[in-house]
Design a binder for this molecule. Structure first.
Ligand SMILES: *[C@@H]1O[C@H](CO)[C@@H](O)[C@H](O)[C@H]1NC(C)=O
Ligand SMILES: *[C@@H]1O[C@H](CO)[C@@H](O)[C@H](O)[C@H]1NC(C)=O
Length: 506
């Protein structure tokens, strides 16, 4: 697939045209000409039954009727987007999605957690990314796969957004609930694993992907697909600058020549482009592609909304979004592990050694830990270290980790593993809690049958990473992370906000 020849049809204009100065239409000649032709057409076509007019009006009523009957909650507008890459990335997109939903006053459709790198975006700085349509379709297919294999875990099962919802910062609906209604499928959302045997339902769900992913682009009043991405657009919000101004980061001459690209990046106000008065506003569902952004060369790759001084509500939300905590089950599991298993002050070492770029930087990764350990005075008791690493214990041979593990006079190492009882119990408690289905419109949408039915999914969610982060947030002797790792950033943030001491243990 050649990603550069994406002659995607844009469904929206790059930025709104200026309205011409108002003039009374009754005085203009073109207006009379228009009326004349309109009358002519009406008279003409009313005599021919299978006329063009009746056909188009039939399809459009069909579509809008379809849309009205699909609308999960009448009058409610929704926002969907395409999460991708690893968990930390998905979390930062989730925060951006909450922000966009609040700005555009839409109900956020909360996605599941995708498998690590099941869907990848590509590189924004190199202007080599999956287009919004392509990534939406890839996400939809993967989500159907998660449902089929019984591995569906909602973002809201793991990340606690209850306080944002209860304080009305944002409205949210679970993807499964939304999709059941939108696709007119009778999915019992709390017992999704039974779908395994009902593959026709899955087929319908796959087909329904077009109603949310929009491979054919927007559907009038139903779906508006955002076709802008980081190659063309940096979203802003009420920042006082001119809408449509050029961003400071543009493809350089070399890149333009070498890759034959013609992108121009403009800064656009998301409220003006997609909010009230825009074409997007009337659509029941607004579907973004990726909502990934990252600072780059003095600008942002896709979303540059770090403050909103002109909108106190959004400003307040931005501050709240800096740290979205894990759900209480995960935090208390981490705290319990620290208190009941380690039972003493400890250091957390987060060592990312296998994934992508980190494979080649073992030396740098270990230097930080070595330096930190040198700062501890020699004492009678060994230093407790909680090690969180993707390198399996069987592969430690020859690395600094082997040295640490061998020096039991000085160091005592602790690890969590997927099959540990702690981890399994936490996964079970999360399934029991199923926070993702517990908020928003679920009860209304399902006619009150919400969370009553209990099903045990065939596979327990993989909660190891979240638990490890929670343990590290409780490490009182300090934290050493892998430079450049988003997991390390997320742990630093939890430590900054002191979430450990604020969470309950039980
Ligand atoms: C936001 O949407 C809700 C529900 O659709 C509506 O009741 C409310 O009036 C909207 N608020 C604004 C400021 O448009
Ligand atoms: C880890 O150990 C296994 C089994 O000994 C081996 O197959 C694998 O290649 C090792 N991985 C790394 C990254 O060293």
């Amino acid at each position: 697939m050649n990603l550069f020849n994406s002659n995607r049809p844009t469904t929206s204009k790059p930025w709104p045209n200026k309205k011409p100065p108002h003039r009374s239409p009754f005085l203009s000649l073109p207006f009379f000409t228009f009326i004349f032709f309109l009358l002519f057409f009406l008279v003409y076509f009313s005599f021919s039954p299978s006329s063009l007019l009746s056909v188009t009006s039939k399809t459009s009523t069909f579509r809008s009727r379809q849309c009205t009957s699909r609308a999960p909650i009448p009058g409610e507008k929704f926002l969907w987007y395409a999460p991708h890459s690893g968990f930390s990335n998905q979390l930062s997109e989730f925060k951006n999605a909450i922000l966009m939903a609040a700005i555009l006053n839409r109900t956020l459709i909360v996605p599941p957690i995708l498998d690590h790198h099941a869907v990848a975006l590509g590189s924004c700085p190199k202007f080599r990314v999956l287009g919004p349509n392509e990534i939406r379709i890839a996400v939809w297919d993967h989500v159907v796969e998660l449902i089929r294999s019984g591995r569906y875990v909602s973002m809201a099962d793991i990340i606690d957004i209850s306080s944002l919802i209860s304080s009305s910062f944002v409205r949210a609906i679970d993807f499964r609930v939304f999709a059941s209604l939108w696709c007119n499928l009778n999915i019992d959302v709390t017992c999704l694993n039974e779908l395994d045997t009902q593959s026709s339902l899955l087929d319908s769900l796959k087909q329904c992907g077009s109603l949310l992913s929009g491979p054919d682009g927007s559907l009038e009043k139903c779906l508006y697909t955002v076709n802008e991405d980081c190659r063309t657009t940096v979203w802003t919000y009420k920042n006082g600058n001119k809408d449509g101004a050029l961003d400071s980061f543009q493809p350089d001459v070399q890149l333009k020549k070498k890759k034959k690209i013609s992108y121009v990046r403009r800064r656009r106000d998301v409220y003006q482009s997609l909010g009230p008065g825009s074409e997007a506003e009337s659509a029941t569902v607004l579907a973004f592609g990726t909502l990934f952004t990252s600072p780059y060369k003095g600008s942002e790759l896709y979303i540059d909304i770090h403050e909103a001084p002109r909108d106190p509500r959004i400003q307040n939300l931005i501050e709240k979004l800096e740290l979205l905590p894990f759900v209480p089950e995960i935090m208390s599991a981490g705290k319990n592990f620290a208190q009941e298993t380690i039972k003493a002050p400890f250091l957390c070492a987060q060592l990312r050694l296998l994934d992508g770029q980190f494979k080649n930087h073992w030396k740098t990764t270990f230097v930080g830990l070595k330096q930190k350990l040198e700062t501890f005075q020699q004492s009678a008791r060994p230093i407790n270290i909680f090690v969180m690493t993707d390198l399996p214990e069987g592969n430690w041979t020859g690395s600094y980790l082997e040295d640490l593990a061998g020096d039991s006079n000085r160091f005592k190492l602790y690890l969590l593993k997927e099959r540990d009882e702690w981890v399994i119990q936490t996964a079970k408690r999360l399934v029991e809690a199923s926070h993702g289905l517990g908020f928003g419109f679920v009860r209304e949408a399902l006619g009150g049958s919400g969370k009553n039915k209990k099903c045990v999914p065939p596979l327990l969610p993989d909660v190891l990473l979240y638990m490890e982060e929670a343990v590290c947030s409780c490490a009182s002797l300090g934290f050493v992370g892998t430079p450049g790792s988003t997991i390390a950033e997320s742990i630093e943030l939890m430590r900054k906000y002191d979430v450990c001491s604020k969470s309950k243990s039980d």
